[in-house]
Design a protein around this ligand. Structure first.
Ligand SMILES: *[C@@H]1O[C@H](CO)[C@@H](O)[C@H](O)[C@H]1NC(C)=O
Length: 437
């Protein structure tokens, strides 16, 4: 009994150690580009300089430092970031060693500032700059592997030191979203504020912007201090879960029904007094085509006469579509019949496209019949539609037909023999040719 409890205790201790190791204070070392805008001579041309940097991430500033192996070439800059939220410890930011693919990381100096935006200005009503702002501020943007995560973090360090604290992090786990037409869409965005920062608790604001080919509009802006949606002219029905927003910093945007015009980039921006961070989410609304074949059912095809079939693909988006035809005979083998003659596309009122392909079937070449299939290749997934083809008077007969024909031939031969025998046996019968002479 005592042994059992000892073993149990040991297990617990081991488990505790394991958990501690997993959530251990230092979790990742990120390779990052340090980017600095440099104003050219006369302030006219702005170029940027890129320096290599290493970010040592840990969740607890006072924990023992675990030093990883030094990189091949020493970085230009090294920073230590304490991130109690462990956002920067996400597994998509720590590739397996030796991995060629690396998370993307860029760190730039950040200047805390006042904003004149209607939904942000109330956050800094007093307009006095706290002494807390007199420090080095950086903004770090990260893209995890496989598009799993986008993070933007604002960090602060006492002037000219390398020990940074994460103050605001904005994340998205839906960096790239694909939706069918008419479905509800969730564009994930969440934020975390260091509760020990003097800037926490004085309110926040959230803004969602839409951008497509240089065209931008505000979708929604929310003043979290006054609990007021200040702007929501962009999208009907676009909303946030305000309770989740205040409780957990969940600023995800919900669109009740995906439409084609919703495809594009969405920028989730979170404001604290003097601070701002944002992540970008891409939405692509994709709808595969509906196929129909005409005429359906196919009329009985006659060998020697071509038969026209048409495949109509409709309601798809985006435009790119590949139509082709296939035939499956009684042997069960599918063979391609080519693309047919494909028409130009038309666009419907809802922005979806339609396109057709017409094919001239040569029934003589298709045996006694089979299945004719229209195949559509589309980003939203492949689609197929089939009709049955029956051919009469085929040139290549089946084995049963051949057997029957041989039988008929034999019977005919027998009949002729019988007739000629009965004529010749009558004796008086004179061949017609001779009688005419
Ligand atoms: C955020 O809120 C939305 C809507 O309630 C929910 O579907 C989503 O799962 C939440 N995200 C997180 C990370 O909790």
């Amino acid at each position: 009994m005592a042994d059992l409890s000892t073993a149990y205790t040991l297990c617990l201790v081991a488990a505790a150690c394991y958990i501690k190791a997993c959530s251990s204070s230092s979790c990742a070392v990120l390779e990052c580009w340090f980017v600095r805008e440099q104003t050219g001579r006369g302030g006219l041309s702005a170029t940027s300089s890129h320096e290599t940097s290493l970010l040592h991430i840990r969740t607890d500033r006072h924990a023992a430092e675990s030093r990883p192996a030094p990189p091949d070439s020493p970085p230009d800059r090294v920073y230590f970031i304490t991130d109690p939220s462990a956002t920067l410890c996400h597994r998509s930011l720590t590739p397996p060693s030796g991995s060629v693919e690396k998370p993307r990381c860029e760190i730039i100096p950040f200047l805390p500032h006042l904003s004149a935006l209607k939904w942000v200005a109330p956050l800094t009503d007093s307009a006095s700059s706290p002494i807390y702002l007199q420090a080095d501020w950086f903004s770090t943007s990260l893209q995890g592997l496989d598009g799993q995560l986008a993070v933007s973090t604002i960090t602060r360090a006492a002037t000219a030191t390398t020990e940074h604290d994460a103050v605001l992090s904005v994340t998205s786990t839906t960096v790239s979203v694909r939706s069918r037409l008419g479905e509800p869409v969730l564009l994930d965005c969440g934020f975390w504020v260091d509760p020990s920062s003097p800037l926490s608790g004085s309110g926040f604001a959230v803004e969602w912007r839409y951008q497509f080919r240089g065209d931008g509009r505000l979708v929604l802006a929310y003043d979290g201090k006054a609990d007021r949606v200040t702007e929501a002219r962009g999208e009907e029905g676009a909303t946030l879960d305000f309770e989740a927003l205040h409780r957990r910093g969940n600023a995800s945007l919900m669109l009740p029904k995906a439409e084609l015009r919703h495809s594009g980039l969405y920028i989730c921006t979170v404001y604290l007094p003097y601070l701002v961070a944002q992540v970008t989410v891409e939405l692509e609304v994709v709808e595969p085509p509906s196929l129909s074949i005409h005429p359906s059912p196919l009329p009985l095809a006659v060998a020697g006469q071509t038969l026209a079939v048409q495949c109509d693909a409709s309601g798809f988006a985006p435009l790119s579509l590949e139509l082709s035809w296939e035939f499956k005979g009684s042997d069960g083998e599918a063979r391609p019949l080519g693309p047919g003659s494909v028409t130009g596309h038309r666009q419907a009122w809802d922005g979806t496209y339609s396109q057709s392909s017409r094919l001239e079937l040569d029934p003589a070449a298709l045996g006694p019949g089979g299945e004719v299939t229209c195949v559509a290749g589309h980003l939203g997934g492949p689609r197929r539609a089939s009709v049955t083809l029956n051919v009469v008077g085929v040139s290549s007969p089946s084995i049963e037909d051949s057997m029957a024909m041989v039988g008929v031939a034999l019977a005919l031969y027998g009949l002729i023999q019988l007739v000629s025998w009965s004529f010749s046996s009558s004796g008086e019968a004179v061949p017609q040719g001779k009688k005419d002479e």
